[in-house]
Design a protein around this ligand. Structure first.
Ligand code: NDP
Length: 311
């Protein structure tokens, strides 16, 4: 079968399109014929070596396809090796795709949608009227987090770069801030009369962290869930003391650690897609062999919405 392989971590050129043996499933595993692959920032971290994996490896954490043995339509996330025509996946990680949802939408929704879900429903379960900041609000995880935060009745401050501001606006954000030219902290403090927000969902990291921390209100939460701008340097815990802030560094794996939790979250996510309360934006579809191009687009901030690779 054809697959992308990384033999040595590095830039996008490390993603080689090669012929590899078709894998075979062991006990408790399924062979999935892949129809659509979701591209995520975590794939960049695997490729570059920021999150090291033993080499050689096939990157990719998410896909939708068909179980070879049963014909069932499934989607999964948080399992390495999806940049390929086939993948072996532990059965407990597979979620059945509802009939009304196509494979591309499922692949586009799973990892980032489940992330938006745990952030807004579990890490800090937003309630009506609470103020929240969502950074990179035109991005994959960001746009879905804005939509879910709005559905829970939050007041959403959404940040994005200049050309992408229409996306959080369309998703119902209450105040959209261009964080490349405006000071989001100042704007948030003005609008909250100095109180700050209940929660900041920060996937940008290095360039936003300090101001995110300063924007959290009394006993509020800073959920640092990514670092698209770079890794945040070590933090002195006494910086949390000013307002009794909770700092967390969550991962989707922590919020889908059992089959029951995975299925409950996925059920919620797919019902939002089916009843059209959640809008999944597919920015571009590229052939699997163009994985390097997909990574270049993601890393150069050229995307708004989801990138898919099609085997
Ligand atoms: P996005 O679609 O959000 O793409 C990244 C976005 O970050 C860019 O489009 C850009 O938006 C913004 N950004 C700001 N500064 C930079 C920079 N210097 N370089 C590149 N991008 C920048 O990607 P994802 O939704 O896939 O992931 C976002 C982050 O969240 C990643 O760090 C990812 O690992 C993490 N993540 C974590 C999860 C978890 O459970 N912990 C799960 C899912 C994602 P703009 O141009 O508007 O600034």
């Amino acid at each position: 079968m054809r697959a992308i392989r990384v033999s040595r971590p590095g830039g996008p050129e490390a993603l080689e399109y090669v012929e590899v043996p078709k894998p075979s499933p062991g006990p408790g595993e399924a062979l999935v014929k892949i129809e659509a692959i979701g591209v995520n920032y975590i794939d960049v971290y695997h490729r570059s070596g920021l999150y090291p994996l033993p080499v050689p490896f096939t990157p990719g954490s998410e896909a939708a396809g068909i179980v070879e043995a049963t014909g069932e339509r499934v989607v999964y996330a948080m399992n390495p090796g999806s940049y390929a025509e086939y993948a072996v996946v532990p059965e407990w990680k597979l979620v059945k795709i509802p009939d009304a949802v196509d494979a591309r939408t499922a692949a586009a929704a799973m990892l980032q949608g489940m992330t938006a879900h745990y952030l807004t429903h579990s890490t800090h379960p937003l309630v009506q009227g609470e103020a929240a900041i969502v950074h990179a609000a035109a991005g994959g995880a960001g746009a879905l987090t804005v939509q879910m935060a709005k559905a829970r009745g939050a007041f959403v401050f959404a940040t994005a770069s200049t050309k992408k501001l229409d996306i959080p606006r369309a998703d119902g954000a209450d105040l959209v801030i261009d964080y490349t030219s405006e000071d989001f902290h100042e704007i948030v403090m003005q609008h909250t009369n100095g109180a700050g927000v209940r929660v900041v969902y920060d996937s940008v990291g290095k360039t936003t962290f300090d101001k995110s921390l300063d924007s959290v209100g009394l006993r509020g939460v800073l959920a640092l869930f990514g670092q698209s701008s770079g890794v945040v340097p070590p933090v002195d815990p006494s910086r949390l003391a000013k307002r009794g802030i909770y700092l967390t560094r969550p991962s989707l794996g922590h919020y889908t650690s059992t089959r029951d939790e995975l299925l409950a979250r996925a059920r919620d996510l797919f019902s939002m897609i089916e009843n059209k309360s959640l809008h999944i934006r597919i920015a571009r579809e590229l052939p699997l062999r163009a994985a390097a191009e997909a990574h270049r687009l993601l890393e150069s901030r050229a995307t708004a919405g989801k990138l898919l690779l099609i085997p």
